[in-house]
Every structure is written in C-alpha cells, then in structure tokens.
Design a protein around this ligand. Structure first.
Ligand code: ZN
Ligand code: FE
Length: 240
C-alpha cells in the first residue's frame, strides 16, 4: 500500500492535491484554494481530510483553509506568512518535518515567489509538492524574492532523486513548454515533451505530476547555468 495522490482542479488553473494514506486513513489537502470542491472530491472517495498543508500564503493556495477546518476539524500546517489568510495550527520552515501516517515529509525552503515558501518532500513516497516555485517546464514569478534565490531553489530541487514525482500548484505546462521551446529550440527531449503535452491538453488531461528527471531535461529555469541566465529567462517569460 502506498500513498494515493489525486488532483482536484479548481479556479482557473489551480490544482489542489489530495494525498491519502490507506494504512492510517489520513488525508492531506495540499494548497486548498477553495473548500467545497475539495471536500466533495475527498468525500467521493470516502476520505476525510485530516490535515491541510500550505506551501505559501497566496489566497489561491490557502483560501479554503478555514472552511475545510470548520468541516473536518483538520490541522493546518504552513509557513508563517499563511497566517495572513488563516490561523495555522503549526508554523513550519525548511528543515522541519510533517507526517501523514507513517510517511514523513522533509520541508525545504524555496523562497522567491513569496518570502516564505516551502516544498514538502516525501522521500519514501518519492513525491514533492512545489507550490508555485517549480512548475512543469517553468518556475514561479518573483513577487517577494529575487533571481538568486530562485536559482538556488532550482539547484536544490534538481538535487532530489530524479524519479521524484513533482506536484505543482498550477496547470501551466503548455504555456511553459511553448516558452521553453523559444529558449531551447534544439532540445529534442523538450520538443518531444511539448508535442505530448499539446496532445494531453487537447484531450483535456492533467499534465502533472512531472518528475525531477524530466525537469532537469526540459525546464529552462532549472537548466539555467547562472543567476543572470535565470533572471534573463524569467524576464523574457514575463514578457512572452
Ligand atoms: Zn502563488
Ligand atoms: Fe498560485
């Protein structure tokens, strides 16, 4: 038995991730933008949300916190800034650990999109939740930090085991892929991937999770060789 992880698509392009441990019966909702569809998706599977984990404070990742707690008495874990939106039961930062049943998540600080932003990495489950920092073929915008921090984030995440599945906060994959192709038109792995993503989106499919290995091969921000290169690519993407 292993963890089950399923997406709940909400708002325009957000994914809330429901993670269920059949052994303990625990269910974690990662970054609930809203409450109703997330509670319904859990109920449809016979799951009850026991915890919420927030990667960062933005309302499209925390907006459902209070209503989910009111409905389930779950606990809420996240970086301090998330208290701008709702009271947390546990404030965490890089180096801390969180648990779902017998599985442990190691938290990694990945600031830049927001000043406080954590990745939940579950080594045994080979899964990582990267919020709005690492996307499929993309990275988050630099709202509260700089390119040097984002470069460090990309290096840190690139060092996770290559088979790690990466669960991101948004369905940005196709637009990211089109931009990535403009940066690396001769990257064959990237060209193949974008073809595949076009087909997946045409069928209305979710393109996540990605993997660290796939990102190392195709993500222009993870592949940036310097802070300056990442900064230039981030600026070009903002204008793309
Ligand atoms: Zn965000
Ligand atoms: Fe977001």
């Amino acid at each position: 038995m292993t963890l089950e992880i399923v997406p709940v698509p909400v708002l325009r392009d957000n994914y809330v991730w429901l993670m269920h441990d059949p052994e303990s019966g625990e269910t974690v909702a990662v970054d609930p933008s809203v409450a109703e569809p997330v509670l319904e998706a859990a109920a449809a599977r016979g799951w009850t949300i026991s915890q919420v984990w927030n990667t960062h404070w933005h309302p499209d990742h925390t907006g459902g916190n209070d209503a989910i707690r009111a409905a389930t008495s779950c606990t809420i874990t996240g970086p301090a800034e998330a208290e701008k939106v709702s009271k947390l039961d546990r404030i965490v930062a890089g180096g801390d650990r969180a648990r779902i049943g017998g599985y442990e998540a190691e938290l990694i600080d990945i600031p830049a999109h927001t000043a406080g932003h954590v990745c939940f990495h579950l080594p045994e489950a080979q899964a990582a939740f990267t919020g709005d920092t690492l996307f499929a073929m993309g990275c988050g915008r630099l709202f509260e930090g700089d390119a040097a921090q984002m470069f460090a984030n990309m290096q840190r995440l690139a060092a996770l085991p290559p088979e790690t599945r990466v669960y991101c906060g948004h369905e940005y994959t196709l637009a990211n892929g089109e931009f990535a192709l403009s940066v690396e038109p001769d990257n064959a792995a990237l060209a193949r991937r974008v073809e595949e993503v076009r087909a997946q989106r045409a069928r209305g499919e979710v393109t996540l999770p990605t993997t660290i290995a796939l990102e190392r091969a195709t993500n222009p921000f993870m592949r940036a060789g310097s802070v300056e290169e990442l900064a230039a690519r981030r600026a070009a993407k903002d204008a793309f």
